[in-house]
Design a binder for this molecule. Structure first.
Ligand code: ADE
Length: 221
């Protein structure tokens, strides 16, 4: 899998993708992540990428030319182009699984007050990571890249993400580790029983209980 990210703030990504699981996935060639500063594609005499909106109004609007040229320099028949914007479809675990099957993703980070409407024509999908407004699409690109990378074969054990929250519309069951008693709080007896069937049943029940309590909307789906 290859992910190309278009931004005017490439340095925001430096540490994020050089730590932990993503770092190891890159070292093992399970993922290639490239950050592209689309300002370098600007044909404006002053290298500008944004101008005030036609018709007036606050803020600056990203121009189509640098983003079009940058996307077209990267795009092949295998590419899937995603525009990050608060008015896109809401991202979730199901979409993470679907996108983890793609060979090549191009993520476009919007910024400032907005982007020229014609940029939408480049996108196969528009995604939002939630009903709130960020300063730009960079955080969304990081979150989407992270959640997809951990699903790629070989990155983490598949059994680790098969039990994740949101799979089968259920939240995860509670986990415990050493010690057996901490500040008077005990690990449930069944987890120490060695009876794998009972443990599985307990976990399933706890998963359902927790989902009913915290996210009843998931059970209705
Ligand atoms: N850009 C600004 N806010 C965003 C959001 N919630 N999701 C994706 N991109 C964004």
């Amino acid at each position: 899998m290859k992910i190309d990210i278009l931004t005017i703030f490439p340095e925001m990504f430096t540490n994020v993708f050089n730590e932990s699981i993503i770092k190891r996935a890159k070292e093992k060639d399970l993922i290639e992540i490239n950050i592209h500063d689309f300002r370098q594609f600007s044909k404006d005499p002053h290298n500008k990428v944004d101008y005030p909106p036609f018709g007036g109004g606050d803020g600056m609007v990203l121009m189509p030319q640098p983003i079009f040229d940058c996307v077209l320099s990267l795009k092949t028949y295998e590419s899937y182009v995603i525009l990050l914007t608060p008015d896109g479809e809401t991202y979730n675990q199901k979409k993470a699984y679907q996108l983890s099957e793609k060979k090549h993703l191009i993520l476009i980070c919007g910024h400032y007050e907005g982007f020229d409407e014609r940029i939408r024509t480049l996108a196969d999908m528009e995604l939002s990571i939630g009903d709130y407004i960020l300063t730009g699409g960079e955080y969304a690109a990081m979150i989407i890249t992270d959640s997809i990378t951990r699903l790629l074969p070989g990155v983490i054990k598949s059994s680790s993400h098969e039990n994740d929250s949101f799979n089968n519309n259920l939240l995860d069951y509670p986990n415990y580790t050493k010690p057996r008693v901490y500040k008077g709080m005990e690990v449930p007896e069944v987890l120490l029983s060695g009876n794998h069937q009972k443990i599985q049943e307990y976990r399933k029940e706890e998963s359902i209980k927790r989902t009913k309590l915290r996210r009843p909307d998931l059970l209705e789906r």
